[in-house]
Structures are given as C-alpha cells and as structure tokens.
Design a protein around this ligand. Structure first.
Ligand SMILES: C[S@@+](CC[C@H](N)C(=O)[O-])C[C@H]1O[C@@H](n2cnc3c(N)ncnc32)[C@H](O)[C@@H]1O
Length: 241
C-alpha cells in the first residue's frame, strides 16, 4: 500500500532543508545531543527513520543503528545514502522484522507518531518497541503541539507554509478534532538541475500527552523526563523490569 512520502522521498531532504533552514540543523543538533547524552554508546532503533536525518550521524558516531520506515521510497533514499557514504545500517520496513531484542535506546521523533491514526496501532508500536529494548532501555519520542496549528488555522486559514515553491495546508476534521488532513504542493530545482513538482495529501493525528501516557503506562514504560523543543513535547521513557 502506498505510504505518505512515497512519491516525494527523492526530494524530501532538499524540501525540508529549504523549508526549515537553520532551524532544521538546530533541531538535528539538539536531537543528537539529547540521544547521545541518554545513551553514550550502543544500539539504537530509529522508528520512522525517514531518509536518515538521525540514523546517519548516529552510525557515523559509532552506534549500531537499525532504521525502520514504512515508506519503501524513504528507505530507498536511506539505502542510497548509506551506500554512497559506505555506512552499515540495518534497514527494515516494519518493527516486526527486527530480531535482536537488546536495544539501548529507541527513538520516534519529528512527527513520526502523528502518522499513526488509531490507538490500537499506536499501542502495538509501543509494545513492539518495549519488547525490542534491553532492560533499562530508553525510548525518546516527540508529540507535535496542536496549539500551534490551531493558531495557524485561526489566523491563516490552515496555511502552514506559503513560500516560493512550497505550499502546506492543514485542515482539521469536523468529526474528530485531533485528526487533520495534511496537504502539500511543492516544486523546485535540485542542485543537480532536476526540476520537480509533487503534491501529497495524507491524514495525521495530534496525540495528546495524556492519550500517549495511558498507552505506555499499560505497557509498562516509566516516564523519566519530558521537555518542550521546537513546537513539540519530548518524552523519555524507560523499560524498568
Ligand atoms: C516526518 S518523517 C521523520 C523522519 C525522521 N524521523 C526524522 O527525524 O527526520 C516521518 C517518517 O515516519 C515514517 N512513518 C510513519 N508511520 C510509520 C510507521 N507506522 N512505521 C514506520 N514508519 C513510519 C514515515 O514514512 C516518515 O518517513
């Protein structure tokens, strides 16, 4: 089944770097420094790894990295980059394909959990991650703040970005106030001269911190820290047996 980003994966890095500029590299630096301070070495599971924004620098730092993404095309980009850079990352499309159960840290960051629309699917993801961690292992995740998008809807009719070649709009659903249609129309020219344009439309869910807490509490995760950064709330969970 086609997944969000399947028809735009080739342009994802270019578009996100152009869209967020210096904030994007600041986010990456912040994420990396938190992850490396939580787990100074070892095995990391990057759930929703995308094109490897975190997986690639982590493997370059000496971590053993397993990357999971349900978009075959995002994984294609990640594979191309690891080949070009001669890096070794274990890559899978589903958590259920991962065999080893001794990860020091798992991450699901930069809106990954918003792509999951049902509570049963979210619970299965938390359960799988719990089972793949070593005792004492950590799970770092982030949840987008819905309030920022509410303001955009009130003031700007849901238009999140409207710069040259980059139009993004969100539309909240009337029957479910945390579910929203994400729509983007993008065009540009890659550094190699390739001219591109694409449009994507998919649903995302703004999970509240309480909804997520009630799920991870049932599974047995212990929350050890939470902090805000860049329109998201981060949570650090621990598998305490
Ligand atoms: C906005 S990207 C973030 C990528 C990466 N985590 C980062 O920080 O740059 C979200 C990614 O999550 C992936 N994703 C969403 N739901 C997923 C699921 N159920 N299983 C695996 N990957 C998923 C999407 O395919 C997409 O590549």
């Amino acid at each position: 089944m086609a997944q969000p980003h399947d028809n735009s994966a080739k342009y994802y890095d270019f578009v996100f770097e152009r869209r967020f500029g210096a904030n994007y590299s600041a986010l990456t630096q912040h994420n990396l420094s938190r992850i490396t301070s939580l787990a100074p070495k070892g095995k990391i599971l990057d759930f929703g790894a995308g094109t490897g924004r975190i997986s690639i620098p982590m493997v370059q730092e000496g971590y053993e990295v397993t990357a999971i993404d349900c978009s075959s095309q995002m994984l294609q980009e990640l594979k191309r980059k690891t080949k070009d850079l001669n890096l070794n990352i274990a890559i899978h499309q589903s958590l259920t394909d991962v065999i080893s159960q001794d990860f020091d840290i798992a991450i699901a960051i930069f809106t990954v959990l918003a792509y999951i629309k049902t509570e049963s699917e979210l619970k299965a993801v938390f359960e799988n991650i719990f089972n793949l961690l070593s005792p004492g292992g950590l799970f770092m995740l982030d949840l987008e703040h819905r309030e920022g998008y509410d303001l955009i809807c009130k003031r700007n009719n849901g238009i999140v970005h409207n710069n040259t070649g980059d139009f993004v709009k969100v539309t909240f659903q009337e029957n479910d106030s945390n579910l929203c249609e994400y729509c983007e129309e993008v065009q540009g020219t890659l550094p190699n001269g390739e001219v591109f344009n694409y449009s994507e439309r998919f649903m995302i869910r703004f999970w509240t911190i309480n909804e997520v807490r009630s799920i991870f509490n049932q599974i047995g995760f212990t929350e050890i820290e939470t902090f805000p950064f860049a329109n998201a709330q981060y949570l650090i969970l621990k598998k305490i047996l």
